[in-house]
Design a binder for this molecule. Structure first.
Ligand SMILES: [Zn+2]
Length: 165
């Protein structure tokens, strides 16, 4: 992960399968950062189909690569509680300190510029094909992610609200 590479498919798929069998997933679940490859998506679909379930929505938060670079390299994470901030878009009240617990903020290694560029390459090759995969399944919904956190959040909430009703 530090080099911007993906965790192997088999490992990830098994972790997710295990997690989805917990009681708190019975009424539904939201996956963030999985699947990242078509192979993972196919494994997820067949696992769910075996249990008479399926994915309702695949959410694409569409953001130009230049925005992603700025967002990721500006991200700072609390070393104590894991809360996430951004030096430009969501700055902490006191520089370098967590608003929630006062812990120190640091840049994760996978948010450094070289690693982000590598991650974007990996995304293009391995994850981008998922857009076509879910388009073909007629469950792809796209949200314009190049806006404020509040607007993107509102869009996502109304999209998911429409689904859960
Ligand atoms: Zn904290």
């Amino acid at each position: 992960m530090d080099r911007g590479q993906l965790v192997p498919d088999e490992l990830t798929i098994n972790l997710v399968k295990d997690r989805l069998q917990n009681e708190d997933c019975e009424d539904g679940f939201l996956l963030d950062g999985f699947p990242r490859t078509v192979k993972q998506a196919e494994a997820l679909d067949s696992f769910l189909n075996e249990n008479g379930n399926s994915i309702d929505v695949a959410l694409l938060i569409d953001v130009p690569f230049s925005f992603i670079l700025e967002r990721m390299t500006g991200r700072r994470v609390c070393t104590d509680c894991g809360a996430s901030f951004h030096i430009k878009f969501n700055p902490p009240k006191i520089g370098g300190k967590c608003d929630l617990c006062g812990g120190n903020l640091m840049q994760r290694k996978d948010d450094c510029e070289d690693t982000v560029n590598e991650r974007l390459d990996v995304y293009e090759k391995q994850t981008q094909p998922l857009i076509e995969y879910y388009k073909n399944g007629n469950i792809l919904k796209t949200v314009d992610g190049a806006r404020t956190i509040e607007l993107v959040f509102d869009d996502i909430r109304s999209l998911l609200g429409a689904v859960s009703k």
